[in-house]
Design a binder for this molecule. Structure first.
Ligand SMILES: C[S@@+](CC[C@H](N)C(=O)[O-])C[C@H]1O[C@@H](n2cnc3c(N)ncnc32)[C@H](O)[C@@H]1O
Ligand code: SF4
Length: 375
């Protein structure tokens, strides 16, 4: 049996990996983004609340994603958020951005302020594809911003923030995926990351390469070879099986117990919405928050029975509510279509997720006994 829970938390020890956004918003609308079907409830961390994070949350954080589901660089309080995390001594801070607001002045700020890692999503190697997928973003502007960033970093003889360029694989951009690697090298990227398309709506199935395993796996092999050729660190997802068992449309009524690895427990994750609600993992939002960091000290939330039980059970390989968590699904059950579908498309429990507006989904099949994931 595994050790139930690591000891010594909240002594002098930092151990939490925190994933959060300072705001629920984004300035563009990419065609594959969950925002095309769901609108997150509007929320923004205020300047006073950044003070609370600095005093009561950041001191316990080892690794911080200061943005993960929204766009950080458009936010007025982004700089204050980063400064607060630095003042609180967080050793590793990353952001994920669409690059539209990566101005020269912002690049200088990120480099000088000591951001650890910058991820920028491009999803294409040409203007045409980029602007088709990244609706509202302008290729010349974003590529110019990246060039300015890498130039400034060179001039300062700094290796941080490290730069990763991201690419979500789909039919629209597949032909540019291999050339994306030398393109990223030319831009001065330190790494590249490719990911399978998560199907956020039934329409997205038409864009997915998952159902054409020979083509997808040949592409993945080419990507691995190209990354090796250019000697650039890369994240390239695992091959897909050649017959994915289709999801039959039957919503999961009782979210089953998951047996298997759980990164959230093993790496001490916490996920925070911009309203301060906190969860053990972003995939557990339908179960309701463990607490709110603007009302209850993080230490109290961590030591609370729900959080402790979740972690104890998960470390012992048994957690409830993670019906097909994307973190393990691709390796645990890649042959099932559910692995590639957004969670709410398969689970009635996801109807509890706190979204402001939801477009009703198209049913996967007329015979399936389904109900709208949100109604
Ligand atoms: C939701 S975005 C938020 C951060 C930032 N706005 C950006 O675009 O990088 C985080 C990452 O998810 C990726 N993404 C969006 N929709 C996706 C999907 N359906 N499947 C896989 N990745 C997706 C984006 O391309 C981006 O790399
Ligand atoms: S930039 Fe990021 S958050 Fe915004 S729509 Fe695109 S993928 Fe979604």
């Amino acid at each position: 049996m595994k050790i139930p829970i690591k000891k010594g938390f909240l002594g002098n020890q930092r151990r939490i990996t925190m994933m959060m956004d300072l705001s629920s918003t984004c300035d563009i609308l990419c065609k594959q983004c969950f925002r095309t079907v769901l609108i997150p409830k509007s929320a923004k961390v205020s300047t006073d609340q950044i003070g609370i994070l600095e005093r009561e949350v950041f001191p316990y954080i080892d690794r911080l994603a200061l943005s993960c589901t929204g766009e950080p660089l458009t936010l007025r309080n982004f700089k204050e958020g980063l400064k607060a995390a630095k003042r609180a001594g967080v050793p590793f801070i990353r952001i994920q951005s669409n690059g539209t607001h990566l101005s020269e002045e912002m690049s200088e700020f990120l480099i000088d302020e000591g951001l650890t890692h910058l991820g920028i999503s491009l999803d294409g190697a040409t203007k045409e594809t980029f602007e088709t997928v990244r609706n509202g973003a302008h290729w010349d502007e974003v590529i110019g911003n990246i060039r300015t960033f890498t130039r400034l970093r060179r001039e300062r003889q700094s290796s941080s923030p490290s730069l990763c360029l991201n690419f979500t694989l789909m039919k629209e951009n597949a032909e540019e995926a291999v050339s994306f690697i030398p393109f990223a090298v030319g831009l001065g990227a330190d790494s590249v990351s490719f990911s399978h398309l998560i199907l956020e709506s039934w329409e997205m199935k038409d864009w997915s390469l998952l159902y054409d395993a020979p083509r997808m796996n040949a592409l993945l092999a080419d990507l691995r070879e190209e990354a090796k050729k250019y000697n650039i660190p890369s994240h390239i997802p695992a091959d897909v099986p050649d017959n994915i068992i289709p999801f039959d449309g039957q919503l999961i009524e009782d979210v089953p117990t998951h047996s298997g690895p759980c990164s959230a427990a093993e790496e001490d994750w916490m996920f925070m919405l911009p309203n301060g609600d906190i969860f053990a993992c972003g995939n557990l939002q339908d179960q309701g928050p463990l607490g709110n960091v603007f009302q209850t000290p993080l230490k109290e939330i961590w030591l609370g029975a729900r959080n402790q039980n979740f972690r104890r059970n998960a470390l012992n390989g048994c957690v409830e509510g993670c019906d097909h968590c994307k973190i393990f699904a691709s390796s645990a059950d890649p042959s099932h279509e559910m692995s590639y579908l957004a969670r709410r498309l398969t689970s009635r429990a996801a109807a509890e997720m706190d979204f402001e507006s939801v477009h009703r989904r198209r049913e996967p099949s007329s015979s399936a006994q389904t109900a709208p994931a949100h109604s």
